[in-house]
Design a protein around this ligand. Structure first.
Ligand SMILES: Nc1ncnc2c1ncn2[C@@H]1O[C@H](COP(=O)(O)OP(=O)(O)O)[C@@H](O)[C@H]1O
Ligand SMILES: [Mg+2]
Length: 515
């Protein structure tokens, strides 16, 4: 058997799957595309996470686009973190006359079927799209402390503050709510007394330090992210005409706010973990998340946040959710995450410096060995839109390394115009659902009233009991209007909090068990 024949045989055997798959391109051998050597990935293994790597301009974002649009065609919804703002084109059809795409598909002998994917645009800032928000209570004390990078003492204070707020029926919705509670127990005599009596003495210095960190988070633009309605992650699972929706989060304006991004990521992964049911053994993933330019996030994130993200990444696999990191060098992604990846699409790396060569070595260490290629040399020679690929077969065994000529996307390789974006957001039910910030009475309003009445009382020098103050407040019309809703809200809040506490307990146990 010739080298080419044995190559074809191996690729065909190892890249054939029992269940459905998506086609990524065809393998090359000795510089030529081998038409019979189709390279695909099994849908069943797409919850096993992946990496799309390569230097700038080598085709990473296009590979992301190809995988996302093919998943959509199979009915799998996706969530794309669009950090550079170049992913919106997936919502428009490719140009039928695009010479680049036509020639590529002809060379591969694959049909070129230009088509737009159904997209939803989402945002955590001022970018157009459905607004993604979360409440402080959604996070629970442990995650909230992680975001603020609190030390152990401060973390235990936050737990007390959450408990205190719950006991006192003070809903913690946005950052101002928790800030007000902290101020109340520091500045007001009544608050101070209540806290000291029931929860122990807390040093004002620690409270001050926590307050400063909350203010710092607010200055990073996080104020917009906290609030109601809290985003329901089940809204990411929508399918239209049998095709999975491609949800694009526009993050262009938060590149300089890494803490805000980490906060958002953590909230998202946490919500997915608590809301999605355990998936069992599925034939295709429920949701696939892509993080383009992931190095921008990992570089800036704190150790505590990275650890938390790593843990969550491990856990959501069992929910049928895959995460794909798109990044320039493998070293950008934490080792703990890197070692767990299923699909690897490695575009060209440059070997200019000693550091570059170290990265190349690191990338190759994670590949199965090959007799068909000199991986360490070829990796610097891959053309634009070419990549070394290895996936997992349905038994979880890595497929042979394949020098792959990628297919072209069916969707547009450029961005949408602002008119096109407006049409999408204008027709979106999701945008309508989340457009209005609901400002129900929460801790800040309740405490404002309390503090005001306390001040008035001090001014008038008349002593009034707490119960009188509270019952007077209850008679204000604002609260009367939604007492019923409030009860429902409190009940569901308590349930969420319990769930998150339970998960954190489980999680800690899981980590201990792993050690
Ligand atoms: N699979 C592909 N099919 C057609 N053109 C491609 C493909 N991959 C890359 N290209 C071309 O290369 C350019 C750069 O690709 P891109 O994915 O934006 O690179 P990166 O994200 O690595 O910086 C694209 O604009 C496109 O012209
Ligand atoms: Mg890119």
């Amino acid at each position: 058997m010739s080298q080419k024949e044995s190559f074809i045989q191996e690729i065909q055997q190892r890249y054939s799957y029992k269940n459905d798959k998506i086609i990524l391109g065809k393998a090359k051998l000795n510089g030529e595309i081998v038409e019979e050597a189709e390279i695909s990935v099994a849908l069943k293994t797409m919850n096993r996470h992946g990496l799309i790597g390569g230097a700038t301009g080598t085709g990473k974002t296009k590979s992301l686009q190809i995988i996302a649009e093919q998943l959509s065609l199979k009915g799998v919804p996706t969530l794309l973190m669009d950090i550079k703002g170049d992913l919106s084109g997936i919502g428009a059809s490719a140009n039928l006359e695009d010479k680049n795409a036509i020639e590529r598909m002809q060379a591969l002998n694959l049909p070129f079927n230009p088509k737009a994917s159904h997209v939803e645009l989402l945002s955590i800032s001022d970018e157009p799209g459905a607004k993604l928000r979360a409440t402080v209570e959604d996070f629970g004390p442990i995650l909230f402390s992680k975001i603020l990078e609190l030390n152990e003492t401060q973390e235990s204070i936050i737990s007390i503050i959450f408990k205190y707020s719950k006991d006192k029926n003070l809903p913690l919705i946005d950052l101002e709510d928790i800030r007000k509670v902290l101020q109340y127990v520091t500045d007001s005599d009544e608050g101070k007394a209540e806290l000291n009596k029931n929860y122990g003495t807390i040093s004002p210095a620690s409270l001050g330090a926590i307050l400063r960190k909350i203010v710092a988070l607010e200055q990073q633009g996080a104020t917009k992210f906290f609030g109601e309605p809290s985003f329901d992650v089940l809204d990411l699972l929508k399918v239209k005409d049998g095709e999975g929706i491609v949800n694009i989060i526009r993050l262009v304006d938060i590149q300089n706010q890494p803490n805000l991004f980490s906060t958002f990521m953590l909230s998202l992964l946490n919500k997915i973990y608590s809301k999605f049911p355990e998936a069992g053994d599925l034939n295709q993933p429920k949701l696939v998340i892509f993080i383009d330019e992931a190095h921008l996030i990992f570089k800036e994130a704190t150790k505590a946040l990275l650890n938390q993200i790593e843990t969550m990444v491990k856990l959501i696999r069992s929910k049928g959710v895959g995460i794909y990191f798109v990044t320039q060098v493998p070293g950008d992604v934490p080792d703990a995450v890197l070692s767990q990846l299923g699909l690897k699409v490695q575009h060209a790396l440059r070997g200019f410096t000693a550091k570059d060569r170290k990265e190349i070595k690191k990338a190759i260490e994670n590949y199965p060995t090959t007799t068909y290629y000199k991986a360490d040399e070829d990796i610097t020679q891959l053309g634009i839109g070419e990549a070394f690929i290895t996936a997992l077969d349905e038994k979880g065994i890595p497929t042979p390394l394949a020098f792959t000529h990628m297919r072209a996307p069916n969707s547009r390789m450029d961005v949408l115009s602002s008119d096109e974006i407006n049409t999408i957001t204008g027709n979106s039910d999701l945008v309508k659902k989340y457009v209005e910030l609901i400002d129900k009475e929460s801790a800040k309003d309740i405490l404002e009233t309390k503090l005001n009445s306390e001040n008035q009382e001090v001014n008038k020098n008349i002593g009034k009991s707490t119960s009188e103050t509270v019952s007077r407040r209850k008679n204000t019309p604002k609260e009367k209007d939604w007492t019923d809703n409030r009860m429902v809200r409190d009940m569901s809040r308590t349930a969420t909090r319990k769930l998150i506490d339970w998960i954190m307990k489980l999680l800690t146990g899981y980590l201990k068990g792993k050690k």
